[in-house]
Design a protein around this ligand. Structure first.
Ligand SMILES: *Cc1c(COP(=O)(O)O)cnc(C)c1O
Length: 378
């Protein structure tokens, strides 16, 4: 007999309600209070982001990046097609044309060697997405961006606590600390969560002042409360991008447990890999490709089946055993919303991952026995 194994289960550390209660009883419920500042400082200190601002979602953090990059109608933004809608949507809303890039053959990330051919005089931004928390080839991406004077916005939604190790210098840099700007997600499906939540990381000094203003509805409120100006008012565009202190209090409990969460997830990930490797060696499917410049944050464990039929059969077989495995993105370049705006180029590697990739259950409360059972059924 098997028991139900969901695809994801949000993990609670036990401290969330306690910190939310503290926030409530301090009487400070709106944004940018003590819990917000504690979270932001933790991420800045731990990962070397120049400045962090919590947001209500990663999507909102990406919207902020589109404003900061000063996207104008007609500007072009290079985005992988194998990603979540938000990576493109934030720029589309600002009027950009999305130029979709293909994945590598063996890795869903943007193929860094194919970016330069997509650049035109209208290109303004490149958006590498660190799929499954596995680094894109950031040396190559930053090099091409610098040579063409482009901005780089990392979609690091899945990439908390993961690193890029430069093959040139050996330097180990946290994902989200390399591009000019980066966006993280704390949605309940990510490694650490606040239900809905996100964060903008600002690595290029030039954007910090404006980011704070955009964050607080286009006002210089943050400067006012630091005593840097003697009145505050409307100085720029913006929105209400900051989360309530209650959300930040929840996130703080998760941040405190980050190492424990990561250790457990990596252990489960390694068990999956060890048990499935013999089948992958026989060519039944392929396992995640970890380039030598990337670390693993165990955000996700996926397989790439040989074709759509085998993937459908595998998902069904697992479902018959009450185990939920799920496929992931449909190619954005052939989406209902964008296919008519796409320039018609084929993106075969992206389409292959759309057809063949399957994600297996991965969450803190999953047990080693669960993983063994899943692997046996596979
Ligand atoms: C989860 C995710 C997002 C969106 O995050 P939200 O916090 O839900 O807005 C964006 N991009 C990628 C790659 C994601 O995985």
């Amino acid at each position: 007999m098997t028991h139900h194994i969901p695809f994801n289960l949000p993990y609670l550390t036990g401290k969330e309600a306690h910190y939310m209660y503290q926030a409530v009883f301090k009487g400070k419920l709106s944004g940018n209070g003590d819990f917000t500042k504690k979270c932001q400082k933790y991420f800045e200190d731990c990962y070397g982001f120049r400045k962090c601002l919590l947001t209500t979602s990663c999507t909102d953090a990406l919207e902020m990046t589109a404003i900061l990059c000063n996207i104008q109608p007609g500007d072009e933004v290079i985005v992988p097609s194998y990603t979540f809608v938000s990576s493109a949507l934030a720029f589309v809303r600002a009027g950009a044309k999305i130029v979709f890039a293909d994945s590598y053959k063996n890795n869903p990330n943007i193929d860094a060697d194919k970016i330069e051919a997509l650049i035109t005089p209208k290109t303004k931004v490149i958006v590498p997405v660190h799929y499954a928390g596995v680094a894109c080839d950031m040396d190559k991406i930053m090099d091409v961006a610098n040579r063409h004077n482009l901005l780089v916005v990392e979609d690091a939604a899945q990439a908390i606590d993961s690193y890029y190790i430069s093959p040139k210098t050996g330097e180990k840099k946290a994902l989200g600390s390399i591009g000019h700007l980066a966006a993280f997600s704390f949605h309940e499906t990510k490694n650490i969560i606040s239900g809905e939540g996100g964060m903008l990381a600002i690595n290029d000094e030039r954007f910090i002042r404006r980011a704070e203003i955009i964050w607080e509805k286009g006002t210089n409120r943050a400067e006012f409360f630091r005593g840097e100006v003697n009145k505050y008012g409307w100085v720029d565009t913006g929105s209400s991008f900051l989360p309530s202190e209650v959300i930040a209090a929840f996130l703080w409990a998760q941040v405190e447990h980050l190492d424990i969460i990561q250790d457990k997830r990596k252990q489960l990930w390694n068990t999956y890999y060890r048990l499935l490797e013999p089948l992958a060696d026989k060519g039944m499917f392929s396992l995640p490709d970890l380039p030598s410049y990337a670390t693993n944050n165990a955000h996700m464990f996926y397989l790439v089946c040989n074709n759509l039929e085998e993937r459908t059969a595998l998902i069904k077989k697992l479902k018959d055993n009450d185990i939920l495995a799920v496929f992931h993105y449909l190619s954005l370049h052939s989406s209902t919303y964008y296919q008519n705006k796409h320039d018609g180029r084929d993106l075969p590697n992206c389409d292959k991952f759309a057809d063949c990739l399957v994600r297996l259950p991965m969450y803190y409360d999953l047990t080693e026995e669960d993983v063994k059972l899943i692997c046996e059924i596979i």
